[in-house]
Write a protein that binds this ligand. Structure first.
Ligand code: HMH
Length: 197
């Protein structure tokens, strides 16, 4: 099935992951800066894990998927540099120990890395589509968080997600169980931020 149909096939899980209280608090400005910083350090760890996963996926991907995966790897390297700039500005240490949701997500990426390419492509699309839709729900963002909300909703990111969708559909990798697992991992990741408050 086309991967976009997974969203409508799992409406409750999709809503939990993309209309989360963390995003509402970012939008309304009620999120404590310390909770945001805790989440930011964990997201930086996640992006480092995702880059390793994606670089390996690029190495084994079919030729038509290579361009979007390679561009995504470059974007993730840039994203890590951007996290470092943000952390320096906020006086935040990015060398935090992984919290349970971060460690569990890393383990999920490792399982996907050991599995087949079509499933991994569909999972990567799910990861990025969830993130895009979740941040879009936080628009325009309270002034304290607006720069972040804008960064993760730019048209270039939306275009990248569309490119991943095409790559996933071309490989035929849409899978209900993996979709549910990824979306649950995203929800658990937002939960971490709220619990850190
Ligand atoms: C938890 N999911 C999470 N963090 C991210 N940075 C992305 C997706 C997008 O790269």
């Amino acid at each position: 099935m086309p991967v976009a149909e997974l969203l409508t096939a799992h409406p409750d899980a999709w809503r939990d992951a993309t209309r989360h209280p963390f995003l509402t608090a970012v939008r309304d400005g009620t999120l404590a800066p310390a909770a945001f910083d805790t989440w930011l350090a964990q997201d930086s760890l996640f992006v480092a894990d995702l880059l390793r996963f994606q670089a390996r996926l690029l190495a084994r991907a079919p030729r038509p998927a290579q361009a979007v995966l390679a561009a995504g790897c470059v974007a993730l390297v840039d994203e890590l540099a951007w996290f470092e700039e943000q952390a320096a500005r906020r006086g935040l240490d990015l060398d935090a120990a992984p919290l349970p949701a971060t460690a569990a997500y890393a383990a999920l990426l490792e399982r996907l890395d050991a599995g087949d390419v079509p499933t991994a492509l569909a999972a990567l699309w799910t990861i990025e589509r969830t993130y895009l839709d979740a941040w879009s729900a936080a628009l325009p963002g309270a002034p304290a968080y607006r720069e972040f909300v804008e960064h993760w909703t730019v048209p270039g990111f939306a275009g990248y997600v569309t490119g991943l969708e095409a790559a996933a559909d071309a490989s035929g990798g849409g899978d209900d169980a993996v979709f549910a697992e990824v979306v649950a991992a995203e929800t658990a990741f937002w939960n971490t931020a709220v619990e850190a408050g």
